[in-house]
Design a protein around this ligand. Structure first.
Ligand code: PLP
Length: 327
């Protein structure tokens, strides 16, 4: 299908690497596991939000904004990448972070402040509840604020992941590989919406499976959030198409967001020790733990090709050091 993507600013090193995980596949006795390295998008230690910000911040520049606001958990990778993108584009950046200011500044928060972002700690409000008040106050100071939504998940963020599927398609074509499954961490839904839409629009016929890592906190199930993002994105792109099927796996939510369990820890050490690849404790460790567990349960055929989409997040590791090293 022919479609044109909207304005984009270059923030990432693209294409990100795509390669097989031979030793992990051997250790697990098949299927053939591959990885897409969006931990290597390049901007301030990388991650999936950089692809979204390429399209979101193009809109901020079109609107001639002079500052950006976004929100997230205290160790938010999205906030860190937004702070870096804002620095690169010469925009002032305000981050509304969940929790209280920690006694020890570590991980992503250390990077946020190094990147020059203004930090606002919001207690229990880690999903942007306090954004409207900050917008008002910046406007009163004569500024032109632009709001980047929670997780960068609006239609422009999703378009970043349609763009990513175009990139993957050309890598698969070059390597002459038919991918059967993609497994990745899904949380605010923009990555999932873009991957599912890209898969459908490019007729790639891949089972796109998100692994949820958060308990439902809004009145809408995440599937509905993702579907409505898909609908908005199709409208934005003026494409007349049915909505894709959303395959979201809730079996690994466990104790919820950022509460590290044994399976997460096993996944982190297994990837590190078989492939020398560092995962993060909150998202990719959870998604890889799910993949390993599903493989051990025999849910994939031995000759299936399975892509693990690494979405980044390793800078948060250091803030979790004490949990990760306790037995
Ligand atoms: C934000 C994030 C995700 C989830 O992406 P969404 O588009 O919010 O669903 C996955 N992995 C990492 C490391 C992230 O920072």
């Amino acid at each position: 299908m022919n479609f044109a993507l909207p304005a984009k600013v270059d923030l990432a090193f693209l294409p990100t690497p795509f390669h097989p995980l031979t030793h992990l596949s051997e250790a697990l006795g098949g299927p053939n596991i591959f990885i897409k390295r969006d931990d290597q998008t390049g901007l301030a230690l990388g991650g999936n939000k950089t692809r979204k910000l390429e399209f979101i911040l193009a809109q901020a520049l079109l609107e001639q904004a002079d500052c950006v606001i976004t929100a997230g958990a205290s160790q938010s990778n999205h906030c860190r990448q937004t702070a870096a993108a804002a620095a690169k584009l010469g925009l002032e950046c305000h981050l509304i972070l969940g929790g209280e200011k920690p006694a020890q500044i570590n991980g992503n928060i250390l990077l946020d402040s190094m990147l020059g972002a203004h930090l606002h700690f919001a207690g229990g409000n880690r999903k942007g509840e306090d954004i409207p008040a900050l917008v008002d106050s910046l406007k009163q100071q004569g500024k032109r604020p632009f709001v980047v939504p929670y997780g960068g998940s609006n239609c422009f963020g999703a378009i970043g992941y349609i763009n990513a599927m175009c990139e993957l398609k050309s890598q698969l074509d070059t390597a002459q590989i038919k991918m059967d499954h993609i497994v990745f961490a899904s949380s605010s839904g923009g990555t999932h919406a873009g991957l599912a839409l890209g898969n459908q629009l490019l007729e790639m016929n891949i089972n796109v499976m998100g692994v949820n890592n958060d308990k439902q906190t809004s009145d809408k199930p995440l599937e509905q959030v993702i579907e409505s993002l898909c609908a908005q994105t199709l409208t934005q792109l003026a494409i007349d198409s049915a909505l894709p099927q959303i395959n979201l796996n809730h079996n690994y939510v466990a104790k919820g967001y950022g509460v590290i369990n044994e399976l997460d820890k096993q996944a982190l050490t297994m990837l590190a020790q078989t492939e020398g690849i560092i995962l993060d404790p909150v998202y990719t460790g959870r998604a890889m733990g799910a993949l390993i567990d599903m493989i051990n349960q025999g849910l994939f055929d031995k000759d299936d090709n399975v892509l693990f989409w690494h979405t980044g997040g390793a800078p948060a590791l250091f803030a979790y050091a004490s949990t990760l090293t306790s037995d």
